[in-house]
Design a protein around this ligand. Structure first.
Ligand code: ZN
Length: 147
């Protein structure tokens, strides 16, 4: 999924589950689970893109996602906890970046790349964005209804 969707999912978990020892691992496992839902992201066609374009698109996606998540949940959630929940929700893709950008095709980056490749459900635009909006909105509705 986009870094924005992963950030919002991590943020929703932190905002809804008070205990970080539960919330942080949940944020971490949310990544591969969310990625199984068919979606589109900037990684699609990464090997046909220039590395610079891929880097800037990924960085913009991440920056936007982190800012949006802090805007939504920052006032109601411990900010350090929120930060780590986002980090853990994203780290799987950070670990692929050296493989994608610098051709570091060795452990551990190759392992994260292969795992990400296998768990990624693909969908074309615009459906591939709608599935993420539905996933994030659905998760917010479900988790926030417990509070
Ligand atoms: Zn991913």
């Amino acid at each position: 999924m986009t870094a924005t969707a992963h950030a919002l999912i991590g943020g929703t978990i932190a905002a809804s589950i008070q205990n970080p020892t539960i919330g942080i691992p949940l944020a971490a496992i949310s990544h591969p689970i969310a990625d199984m839902i068919p979606h589109w992201d900037f990684g699609v066609g990464w090997n046909r893109k220039s590395k610079l374009v891929l880097f800037f698109q990924s960085a913009a996606d991440l920056t936007f996602g982190v800012i949006l998540t802090f805007l939504i949940f920052g006032s109601s959630t411990d900010r350090l906890y929120l930060f780590f929940a986002i980090l853990m929700a994203e780290v799987w893709d950070f670990m692929q970046m050296p493989y994608l950008l610098f051709n570091f095709k060795f452990f551990p980056f190759s392992t994260f790349y292969r795992f990400g490749h296998r768990t990624n459900g693909k969908a074309k635009l615009p459906l591939g964005i709608l599935t993420q909006v539905a996933t994030v909105a659905g998760l917010i509705l479900i988790l926030r209804s417990f509070n």
